[in-house]
Design a protein around this ligand. Sequence first.
Ligand code: MOS
Length: 712
Amino acid sequence: MVRNVVTAAIETAGLVGAAMDRVDGPAKVTGAARYPADFGYADLAHAVIVQSTIAAGRIAAIGTAAAEAAPGVLAVITHRNAPRLVRAPGGLGIGPPPPLQDDRIVHHGQHIAVVVARTPQEAAAAARLIEVDYEPAEPMLDLDDPRAERVDNAARRDVSRGDVAAGLAAADVVVSPTYTTPTQTNNPLGLFATVAYWDGDLLTVHDTTQGPAFDRRSLAVTFGLPESSVRVLAPFVGGAFGAGLRTWPHVVLAAVAARVTSRPVKLVLTRAQMFTSVGYRPPTVQRVTLGATRAGELVAIDHEGIEPAALEDDFAESLTRATAVLYDCPNMSGRTSQVRLNVPCPTWMRGPGEAPGVHALECALDELAYELGMDPLELRLRNYAETHPQSGRPWSSKALRACYELGAERFGWARRTPEPRSMRRGRMLVGYGMATAFYGYVQAPCQARATLGRDGTAVVRSAATDIGPGTYTVITQVAGDALGLPPDRVRFELGDSDMPPAALQGGSGLTAALSSAVHDACQELLRSFAELADGGPVTAGTYTAILDDHGLAELSADGASARRTDLDAEPGIFAAKFAEVEVDPDLGLVRVTRVVAAVDGGRVINPKTAASQIIGGTTGGIGMALLEHTLSDPGTGRIANATFGDYLVAVSADVPDIDVIFAGDPDPMNPVGVKGIGEVAIVGVAPAIANAVYHATGRRIRSLPIAPELLL
Ligand code: MOS
């Protein structure tokens, strides 16, 4: 069923819906786009971080004399001489505790010193001269460690309904597999960098962040400053995948180094440091118990997940949010708990929660389909949730049925012969797999300002970021349509915390929030022009004349947005993912040969950048299924593969043509009709591939990544 319930939709005069090229494309390919590490200043000094080589214990002594005497060194900062900093209370954008506050070590790779010198080479050379005497303790590194504290930081997102035990007792068929997913590292291409300088008590920071206003708040609290004393700039960010959603200790250290040396300081993390310093996807162990009738009707779903948390940080993700809402099942329970270990702080990464959670659920569904002798797609359709299964309220929009139908048709699902190992291509085993995807995207409050000048050009500003999805472009399209201007008469500026505060670029929520705020600002601006015009016409052709008539250089208006609360409806984004694999029966090598992603995308502002996001997320899903795995040494917690040579990501040769289909109508939850597509892009890809591997080989691999040795 595809409902059409649009209210107050934006005018689509031509730009919204068009496959426009990226407005920032030329700046990026010519090198004109400036990323945080590209900002330099006279007197710029360079900071290099020294990290702990043990995971637990304390620093008994730290020798800095040789480093201090080394050429070019301006300062060596350790816990003995670092300024005391304020630990910010938890909350969105807030980082782990500030660094260098005492002698305790809680994880391998913890920052224990920062060396500041005239050049990066001098700083790196001096950093190697620091001598540390540790008093080590036995680290807690394993989820099973009996000493480790169990906590339930994500418990507020646990969901249950009905009576799972009674449902399971009444079921004809029960499956109860356990899945594990590994640590994965966000690993954007751009190394995280901070350039910080002080002007008296005013702190300016160029930073790799997904939310300048949040970064500003975090830094202001840490240094005991009013927010107005901190400015964060991030016009371009070289990817982040969630790692830029918090203010990390190295950002604080760059500002500390700038204060101590009274110079601007640049700090660029090394690739190895990126594995310990800016979060990662925590590993999970998940058991999914499904009970069904012979006819394939789900009567009980139980999903329990466990993951690590850092010792001094409360980051936690819920693994079972999608499980609560994907299927129409009367008895359901989903719980996620954490175990505190001597590990670096995890964080959000590419579909946090849902990417691993839906992997376990959708693989278990596939196992149930085989137990029932039922087609996996038919099993999903039999349990389709027409309304929100927990609240009983209607969905604001849901085109999942269309996604299943269009995706299956495009993929050729009907050609699948159900028996494992029944399809071949030459000597290769061929498998077809599918999975459903859901993401509980957020739409946080957001503000923007629109200004029209005498030159007939609109400038729109908001303190958002564009870490790659195409925010510069789609907001240009929204503002252009709202004001009746062509794209070359609209300039959208972002990435400055002095601009109107924007939502974080996370949780797949920024396009919905920001496009709505910009739409509102443009409407306000049109109203202001109408007042000035006093009944006369207001069109793109009259703006300049109206300003002239009133002797005005420009006219500005502010806009704001929030998710609608007046609708009796539940938001959510859905997708159906279909994957074909070829498995070499002798080598165990899996190659993904085709993917079809059918996405319930709401209003798609730009089909080109939107499809690009789905392709990117699918690529991440291929990596999650087959390659990505952050390995740490079980005895010491040292990360053993902290390079791009050893941490494998999907590259072009691993990625087949990806067919992207958008279905559905504009969503009524915001005036532009946007749903957040960023993260549903990766969700469901790994289970579709894992299910295809089972279909190809008859081997059910319940751990990721599906490495060749597991299939031999
Ligand atoms: Mo996303 S993991 O919310 O950047």
